[in-house]
Design a protein around this ligand. Structure first.
Ligand SMILES: NC(=O)c1ccc[n+]([C@@H]2O[C@H](COP(=O)([O-])OP(=O)(O)OC[C@H]3O[C@@H](n4cnc5c(N)ncnc54)[C@H](O)[C@@H]3O)[C@@H](O)[C@H]2O)c1
Length: 253
């Protein structure tokens, strides 16, 4: 029997990147999936690929920034699959047309929106799905954070603050539900490949890791899938680094 047989997962931002890599791991493990993305074409393409791995898949197009959509997403996913056992709270980053910038120089509305994208979106979806998990006595949740949360990031204070708030949410709520069979963890990711980077930025990030390269998408997907699996049953309330050592600097050359 595969490790996610009989389980139903929900992955946000599953059209590409880390969300997509996570959904692939869950599908390969036998999970049924509700997948979300704001980009419909990308989401349908991902759904076809996941069905190719044998998964039963429903697609939910919309923005996790919209509280009404998050409520609909939770309701529709449960209606379609009967329940959600595994939540990969992945979508995050920067909302469209909301530039990152130095705190003192930035528009505070932008600061608020970026914080919201990285914290309230995930908190809202967890809030919607957690009662069902507690009631059934089974749930696994991973909230996707970043090395920015623990290192800080120049011109990224809103992002770093939103991600660090996730750690407090995870460590607090996990204590409330641990006796009900629900595990909640965060992953501190750094750094995945990303198409928006210049070669100079890429080279800098490669060197930050002790492994001298950024991570591969499947390395992040596999780590998140591990925390969503029963193999991680004794891990809860943690913020787990998946960063090639980036957050523990070398002392010697
Ligand atoms: N890329 C990085 O350097 C990095 C580093 C650490 C952590 N992370 C975190 O990993 C997560 C995924 O990032 P990624 O690098 O895979 O991003 P990505 O840009 O490659 O993919 C994100 C996906 O989410 C979708 N999306 C964007 N806004 C959305 C919204 N409002 N609602 C629903 N879907 C939306 C996009 O269409 C896209 O398919 C984020 O939480 C991000 O903060 C990223």
């Amino acid at each position: 029997m595969s490790r996610f047989s009989g389980r139903v997962g929900l992955v946000t931002g599953a059209g590409r990147g880390i969300g997509h890599a996570t959904a692939v791991e869950l599908a390969k493990g036998g999970a049924a999936l509700a997948i979300n993305d704001i980009d419909e074409g990308r989401l349908e393409e991902a759904a076809d690929e996941l069905r190719g791995h044998g998964a039963e898949v429903s697609t939910h197009v919309g923005s996790v920034m919209d509280p009404a959509f998050v409520a609909t997403l939770a309701r529709d996913a449960v209606a379609r699959h009967g329940r959600i056992d595994l939540l990969a709270n992945n979508a995050g980053g920067g909302p469209p047309m909301t530039p990152w910038g130095e705190f003192a120089k930035s528009d505070f509305a932008h600061f608020r929106a970026i914080f919201e994208m990285n914290f309230f979106t995930q908190a809202m979806l967890l809030h919607a799905l957690l009662p069902g998990m507690v009631e059934r006595g089974y749930g696994k949740v991973v909230c996707v954070s970043s090395i920015s949360a623990v290192m800080g990031q120049e011109a990224g204070s809103a992002y770093a603050s939103g991600k660090l708030a996730l750690h407090a949410l995870v460590s607090s709520v996990s204590k409330e539900v641990a006796r009900h069979g629900v595990n909640i963890n965060a992953v501190i990711l750094g750094n995945p490949p990303h198409f928006t980077r210049t070669p100079a930025r890429q080279a800098y990030l490669d060197k930050l890791s002790h492994i001298d390269r950024v991570g591969r998408l499947e390395e992040f997907g596999k780590a998140i899938a591990f925390l969503l699996s029963d193999d991680a049953s004794y891990i809860t309330g943690a913020a787990v680094p998946v960063d090639g050592g980036t957050t523990t600097p070398r002392l010697n050359e």
